[in-house]
Design a protein around this ligand. Structure first.
Ligand code: C2E
Ligand code: C2E
Ligand code: C2E
Length: 88
């Protein structure tokens, strides 16, 4: 089949993010809802976000951007490869 370059894009799994019961990711969820609203992108299961916005969010959490990525990964709300995500 066709091989794709791995993406470094930050892609959120919205279902998992919005189902997240812990308060920890509440700001990320609120931010994602605001981005959906700004784009008019309401029907997606995933949302690609700007690297700039991740940096801003990391400041809110008082950690490095890579530290925030680690937390999001641990919480299982990041999609590593959206194409594989839809294939599964
Ligand atoms: P804007 O930043 O002036 O962008 C205008 C349009 O350019 C966007 O309309 C989108 O079609 C395109 N665009 C800009 N940057 C990118 C990009 O990195 N990738 C892609 N694929 N397209 C891009 P859209 O999506 O309707 O957004 C309207 C406005 O909402 C944007 O105006 C911006 O002010 C805000 N917005 C949307 N998404 C985000 C976001 O993820 N972060 C931030 N900070 N603002 C956003
Ligand atoms: P990709 O970036 O790997 O995204 C794969 C699929 O994930 C997309 O399929 C879409 O269903 C979903 N997806 C990713 N980000 C978002 C998001 O922010 N909102 C929503 N609602 N869905 C998202 P799709 O749309 O068929 O796109 C296939 C491929 O086409 C994308 O792969 C990307 O490589 C390219 N593409 C689509 N739209 C844009 C765009 O606005 N800008 C750029 N640069 N590429 C795009
Ligand atoms: P993408 O569309 O594949 O864009 C990849 C990168 O190209 C963006 O990374 C940004 O650095 C640059 N880029 C693309 N379009 C524009 C533009 O219109 N203006 C400027 N200044 N830069 C642009 P970034 O910002 O980290 O965004 C990552 C992904 O988040 C984008 O991938 C896209 O899927 C999504 N995204 C970001 N901003 C918007 C937006 O305003 N609207 C929509 N619909 N999607 C966005």
């Amino acid at each position: 089949g066709v091989r794709h370059e791995p993406t470094n894009k930050i892609v959120l799994d919205l279902e998992r993010l919005y189902d997240e019961v812990s308060e920890e990711l509440a700001y990320v969820a609120r931010y994602a809802r605001a981005i959906q609203q700004q784009r008019g992108d309401y029907n997606g299961r995933v949302l690609s976000i700007r690297a700039d916005d991740l940096r801003a969010l990391a400041i809110v959490y008082d950690i490095s951007p890579s530290g925030l990525i680690e937390r999001l990964t641990e919480a299982g709300v990041l999609v590593a490869d959206p194409r594989a995500f839809f294939a599964s």
